[in-house]
Design a protein around this ligand. Structure first.
Ligand code: PFF
Length: 454
């Protein structure tokens, strides 16, 4: 595709919503609560907020400027801006990261469809916490159902990606994001008024800094990158569809704020609810799927129709939030194949869908029939999650900050961040300083610390 006829997002709001649509997803509502639960609560959240501010948001700006400047998929972007160098490997690693994330993310996305149908048929009625734990356990251990739902989800992603940027991605995000936000607010109100919810609030609000160790730091950094969709060129690919007058700094700031708010809201639903019914906060990936049905039953037990209505709405919106994220992951790999190997978009998209479904089958089975096959003590599902979120994304972020901070001409940074001098960006110097020093040193420190070398 030539530079001039490359697709664009239609409106400013569309730009923010599509980027926020990529950022807001299972990472906020499913992954953030269980990572917070695994790492002891409030102290993790504060560390996470620090990582969003100091690492995530500035690197997001870097991704935006690389994408818009080069107007290409993430691998080509580095070739355009740094021809003849090895920087292209940063882009290629990003494409691989996206492919791997999509492989296991689509499994959890499939679970949201199962829970939607369970809600429609009101099969949660009358269950208690034990019942929900058993229900989830049986479902994931089933060799067929989770795999089928994963495949359905991949196909839905596929067809939206094939429709292209403006018609598919932008339109879908505009309606779904605000609806999800409102429903989350309603659910927070329900969860905090459950009996014993106070213990959950304490868990979220009272930090115990003696708990902050290397694994908390690595977990918080990984979660920040994962949740903001930063470190693999996803937002770089989206920014290649931005218009010249898009304000990159403000867009990054808005996306980071929206994304963080959704995660915190999810925390204020899950923990009050979990403590209320005596569910351990460190249950891992099943936490959301065990806790949430409880909220609906407990809060609306007397009004079954309302319990059904709200839970159906919640799971549909969760599935849609996941969809805007899987679309962005899929798009990274599809744009790469389409533009680099001159194959049609349709063919590229089919290759991605087929490959990720293949990975998804193994990730899904690794939680059930294949549970005993582990590598480094982790199932394939956990391994994919660990390697992508805690290693590949931060490593990508490390190189992106070095690329923007040290390799790119300062004039390029200035032109992109200030839209050729037409915007006054007060934090400009700070952003550049972070990209040059704080982000790479911070990421390196957390890695080295985790390896036990400090
Ligand atoms: N940010 C998404 C979420 O929080 O669910 C997941 C994700 C999407 C990660 C796109 C990385 C990415 F490039």
């Amino acid at each position: 595709m030539s530079k001039s006829n490359r697709a664009h997002f239609g409106t400013k709001l569309g730009v923010i919503l599509a980027s926020a649509g990529s950022a807001v997803g299972l990472g906020n509502i499913w992954r953030f609560p269980y990572e917070t639960g695994n790492h002891g609560g409030a102290a993790f959240i504060l560390t996470y907020l620090g990582c969003v501010l100091i690492l995530g948001a500035p690197i997001m700006i870097a991704e935006f400027l690389i994408g818009r400047r080069s107007r290409a998929n993430t691998a080509r972007a580095y070739q355009n801006l740094a021809p003849g160098t090895q920087w292209k490997w940063v882009g290629r690693m990003g494409v691989l990261t996206g492919f791997l994330i999509l492989g296991y993310y689509s499994v959890v996305a499939g679970w949201t469809l199962e829970y939607t149908t369970q809600s429609v048929t009101n099969s949660f009625a009358g269950q208690d916490a034990e019942g929900f734990i058993a229900l989830f356990g049986n479902f994931v251990a089933n060799p067929w159902r989770p795999v089928l739902w994963m495949a359905v989800f991949m196909l839905a992603t596929h067809f939206i990606v094939v429709r292209g940027v403006e018609r598919g991605i932008e339109k879908a995000s505009k309606v779904m994001m605000p609806m999800l936000f409102i429903l989350l607010l309603i659910l927070v109100a329900c969860a905090v008024s459950l009996p014993n919810a106070g213990k959950g609030m304490e868990f979220l609000l009272k930090p115990d800094f003696s708990k902050v160790d290397g694994s908390v730091l690595l977990g918080a950094m990984g979660q920040a990158f994962f949740s903001l969709s930063v470190g693999m060129g996803c937002l770089c690919t989206y920014a290649s569809y931005f218009k010249p007058d898009t304000n990159l700094g403000r867009t990054a700031f808005s996306v980071a704020v929206i994304d963080t708010m959704v995660a915190i809201l999810a925390g204020f639903i899950i923990f009050p609810a979990a403590f209320s019914v005596g569910i351990q906060p460190d249950m891992g990936p099943s936490l959301l799927f065990i806790t949430l049905p409880n909220v609906f039953q407990q809060a609306f037990g007397g009004l079954p129709w309302l319990a059904v209505l709200l839970s159906v709405m919640f799971y549909i919106l969760l599935a849609l939030a996941a969809l805007t994220s899987t679309i962005s992951l899929h798009e990274v790999v599809t744009a790469y194949l389409h533009e680099e190997f001159s194959m049609s978009r349709r063919k590229a998209a089919w290759l991605v869908t087929g490959g990720c479904t293949f990975l998804g089958v193994f990730c899904s089975l690794s939680l059930g029939v294949g549970k005993e096959y582990t590598l480094f003590g982790m199932t394939l599902f956990d391994l994919f999650d660990f390697v992508t979120a805690k290693i590949m994304l931060p490593l990508g972020g490390f190189f992106i900050s070095l690329f923007a901070g040290w390799y790119l001409d300062k004039r390029v940074l200035w032109e992109e961040i200030t839209n050729r001098g037409t915007l006054k960006v007060q934090l400009y110097r700070l952003i550049v300083f972070i990209l040059k020093f704080i982000a790479p040193i911070g990421i390196a420190f957390i890695f080295i610390n985790e390896l036990g070398l400090i």
